[in-house]
Write a protein that binds this ligand. Structure first.
Ligand code: ZN
Length: 283
């Protein structure tokens, strides 16, 4: 496993970590100044703005784009809704390519309003991803399926384990041509008894497109916006990073912390400094 001490260039900041309080240009400047090697922007910071100018700003700051967040949910109440979601994602995928993002993060969506049909939602997800795969390959942006913790299955992601995400990858890309992989986020996968097997399988298939870190606070006040800083919770992050890197992942470790009551209220300079300390000492 790589030693991150003195190597924040091997690390990346997902802009959600800073609470979406500033324009992307200001965040790019801060992240680069703190010595990070990468950044992962969100669509809300990019769409409606000059994407080429933002891309140039990121390049000029010397940052790589470790991911572009995130997909429009695929499941919909009807076929027209599902098709619209695919087209929306196709547009965002182009922005991801223009930003130079290595992957487009797919948070796939849960149940459409009023539905109890989880298998149907999962089918819509797979069909939607399948519809994007050629474009992803042409654009050189990997579709990174991010399984979410099962607590989000209803609202955010009917794909809840690495195994499930990898099954989708293998069905859509049986020959390993690429263009599709997984985003492994410790917050979502740490509890999984099959975690080691899932990471090994993902690595063997060259499917690890992104690696996200934060921590699971115990107790957790609220599952969406009460993520912890690395080292403040119960996840053995070094063990998981070890598995991911042993499996062949050579990309950056990306910090992604949603923390409405704590870190989003702190000075972004402090947040970036603490992230740096914890990446080097607790990850
Ligand atoms: Zn994540």
């Amino acid at each position: 496993m790589r030693n991150l001490a003195g190597r924040l260039d091997l690390c990346s900041i997902n802009t959600a970590t800073l609470g979406h309080r500033e324009p992307i240009e200001a965040i790019v400047e801060r992240v680069a100044r703190h010595g990070y090697g990468g950044i992962a922007p969100w669509r809300r910071e990019v769409e409606g703005h000059d994407v080429a100018a933002i891309a140039k700003r990121i390049r000029d700051a010397g940052l790589s784009v470790t991911g572009y967040c995130r997909s429009t949910y695929f499941p919909a109440a009807d076929a027209a809704g599902a098709a619209a979601a695919v087209e929306d994602n196709r547009r965002a995928l182009r922005d991801a390519a223009n930003l130079g993002a290595s992957c487009y993060v797919l948070v796939v969506g849960g149940l459409p309003a009023g539905s109890r049909d989880l298998p149907a939602a999962r089918r819509q997800v797979e069909e939607g991803i399948a519809a994007l795969l050629d474009a992803a390959r042409t654009l050189g942006v990997t579709l990174a399926v991010e399984p979410l913790h099962p607590v989000y299955a209803a609202e955010r992601s009917c794909v809840t384990t690495l195994a499930e995400a990898l099954d989708i990858c293998d069905r859509l890309d049986p020959d390993g041509a690429g263009g599709i992989g997984v985003a492994a986020d410790v917050y979502h996968v740490w509890w999984d008894p099959a975690l080691a097997a899932g990471i090994a399988r993902a690595g063997a298939g060259g499917r690890i497109a992104a690696f996200h870190v934060c921590d699971w606070l115990s107790p957790t006040a609220e599952v969406l916006l009460d993520r912890g800083m690395m080292g403040d919770g119960v996840i053995d992050i070094p063990a998981i990073r070890g598995m991911v890197e042993t499996a062949g992942y050579s990309g950056r470790t990306e910090v992604e912390i949603f923390s409405a009551a704590n870190w989003w209220k702190r000075d972004p300079e402090e947040v970036l400094a603490v992230c740096g300390e914890r990446l080097q000492g607790m990850c």
